[in-house]
Design a protein around this ligand. Structure first.
Ligand code: SF4
Length: 231
């Protein structure tokens, strides 16, 4: 089946992947921004290359203060326009009234229910009308991301393109890029965090652990996705 996906050399530079993906999408493309180091690097790469890339973010209501600080720093540095999406307030009210504030720690189903309300449903609204979206996912982050492609057809989200420009980047490469460019990064990285999501579901990790080991640390490694990146 011809998917009209761009032909990219193995280990193509992030800038080339981003540029080819945006061109192939042939319509509006946005970065799903969680203000990770990866997302900050992608915003900088797009800016340097003069690419037209929108940015949206999902405020789950449970983010760290440090994450909001990065958002404001990016707005200031790049004059960035961030399209914020929030969960439907009735869904959050019902969830918290019925289940309490930490139900996501009780079972995988309850964790998925919280992620569905706070992340997946807002994502579906954020993706409406887009021809493609960009993520900061990297292969080495976890076993759930080892078979990523640079540009893929996202069949679970209407067949739009999903562009992963940093898929081959190592954590060392990423750190070198953000340090060299003096990009604004989340202060929590300096406290042992290596992947940062909602505050109650993220903790620092040991050097020999997967980067995403601190996400939902009470669950098995194969479950460590929130539903945003089902494939
Ligand atoms: S990461 Fe945790 S708090 Fe955030 S939406 Fe998922 S379960 Fe809820």
């Amino acid at each position: 089946m011809n998917d009209n996906l761009p032909q990219l050399a193995e280990n193509a530079p992030a800038r080339d992947i981003l540029s080819a993906g945006i061109q192939a999408a042939n319509g509006p493309v946005s970065l799903a921004c969680s203000f990770s180091r990866e997302d900050v690097a992608i915003i900088d790469i797009a800016h340097q290359a003069g690419l037209t890339l929108g940015v949206f973010a999902i405020d789950t209501g449970r983010l760290n203060e440090e994450t909001y600080e990065v958002a404001e720093a990016l707005v200031e540095r790049y004059r960035l326009k961030i399209n914020w999406y929030f969960p439907r307030h009735e869904d959050v009210q019902n969830l918290e009234s019925a289940e309490g504030l930490f139900s996501f720690r009780e079972s995988l189903d309850k964790r998925h229910a919280c992620c569905a309300i706070r992340k997946v449903e807002p994502l579906s609204r954020a993706l409406t009308g887009l021809a493609g979206w960009v993520t900061g996912m990297r292969r080495e982050q976890s076993i759930t991301r080892s078979d990523l492609q640079a540009v893929e057809r996202d069949r679970l989200n209407g067949g739009i393109l999903k562009i992963n420009p940093l898929l081959e980047w190592t954590e060392q490469q990423l750190n070198a890029y953000t340090e060299e460019k003096r990009l604004p990064v989340n202060r929590l990285y300096g406290q042992g965090y290596r992947s940062i999501g909602c505050a109650p579901c993220t903790r620092p990790v040991q050097a020999d652990e997967d980067a995403r080991a601190g996400r939902w640390w009470w669950e098995n490694p194969e479950n460590k996705e929130c539903g945003l990146h089902r494939r």
